[in-house]
Design a protein around this ligand. Structure first.
Ligand code: UT7
Length: 319
């Protein structure tokens, strides 16, 4: 038993915030943001949008692309660090919004920016264990609600969005290899400390990040984990047709591609248009490259991400 992605979808909220917009109320410049991160603009959810709304739009598009009925889905995994509520899970709320009443499982996965590879790898294992046949895997985030607009070191980097894929059981391998890692010793380098207790937010509710430390760690472990999945599948960097990395920073993406011996022509880069959307960034980029015809049947596609925790991982697919 194997699993294969049979449809992708994504959604970005209508409102955009450009670097030039930010210049008006943050001590920053378009030049600094572009040269340090590659970001030009980000999308911001409307006041009445919640994470499951973004997830719903991306999911409907993936379901349509896959040519299935929503009721075929027997497992939903939503990677998010911005759940609608503390509980129930955003995945259960999404299941309801999709009108699915078949008793299939639904749960959230919290691995911050590593969330989509965590969720996709988990979905593949469920299918290969025979516990699910058609899985909706979503990355959906409203990072803008956790931003301190007075902290220029973080507020210029993140944005909102959602992406989704339908993973289905098949006889031929689609997902060839997957590896996940974490190292909690670094949990304080990228974090939101606040929690809700007795009806009030306790502590700091905003994203705090030691950017340079995250950067250095990311470059090291991402090239290591992509080697792991390539070795597992018996492939090398030259076999990769498309690298679809977590879209946090063009310089991290560039460094990982170089270590793989890949030119940027073989890398899907969408960070300029939506910034760091955490767990949504890989399915957003994947959907863009599938819909514009860059990713074609039979090609090797490599996904990799790192996020707070730290969590990191990679998934290698034959499309
Ligand atoms: O998705 C999860 C993983 N997260 C990441 O991958 C993020 C990893 N880190 C990064 O992408 C980069 O470290 C950043 C983009 C966050 C920062 O780039 P950097 O080249 O590491 O810059 P820096 O933190 O070393 O800051 C350089 C300078 C500092 O000024 P001084 O001390 O040299 O005078 C900062 O105060 O840039 C200043 N700075 C800014 N200037 C204008 C920091 N933020 C800004 C800003 N606008 N927004």
């Amino acid at each position: 038993m194997h699993s294969k992605i049979i449809g992708t979808g994504s959604y970005l909220p209508a409102k955009t915030l450009t670097n030039f917009d930010l210049e008006k109320f943050v001590d920053t410049t378009d030049e600094w943001i572009v040269s340090r991160s590659g970001i030009h603009e980000r999308h911001i959810a409307a006041d009445d949008e919640v994470t499951s709304d973004l997830a719903l739009q991306a999911s409907l598009r993936a379901i349509e692309a896959a040519g299935i009925a929503a009721t075929d889905i027997d497992l939903i995994i939503v990677a998010t660090t911005c759940p609608d509520k503390i509980f129930p899970s955003t995945a259960c709320i999404l299941q309801h919004k999709l009108g699915i009443q078949n008793g299939g499982a639904a749960f959230d996965m919290q691995a911050v920016c590593g969330g989509f590879v965590y969720a996709l790898n988990t979905a593949d294992l469920y299918i290969r264990a025979g516990q699910a046949k058609t899985v909706l895997v979503v990355g959906a985030e409203i990072m803008s609600r956790m931003l301190d607009w007075k902290d220029r070191t973080t507020c210029v980097l993140f944005g909102d969005g959602a992406g989704a894929v339908i993973l289905q059981a098949t006889d031929v391998p689609g997902i060839l290899a997957g590896r996940l890692h974490s190292d909690g010793r670094h949990h304080s380098l990228l974090r939101v400390d606040g929690s809700i207790s007795n009806g009030e937010v306790q502590g700091d509710p905003f994203i705090r990040m030691e950017g340079q430390a995250v950067f250095k760690f990311a470059v090291t472990v991402l090239s290591r984990v992509v080697e792991e999945v390539l070795n597992e599948a018996g492939l090398t960097g030259s076999d990769i047709d498309w690298l679809v990395p977590h879209q946090a920073n063009i310089r991290i993406i560039d460094a990982t591609a170089k270590k793989l011996g890949l030119s940027l022509d073989n890398v899907v880069v969408t960070v300029a248009n939506h910034g760091n959307t955490s767990s949504a960034s890989i399915p957003l980029a994947l959907d863009a490259a599938v819909r514009d015809g860059r990713i074609k049947s039979g090609q090797h596609v490599l996904l990799e991400a790192i996020g707070g925790g730290f969590t990191w991982g990679a998934v290698l697919l034959k499309w």
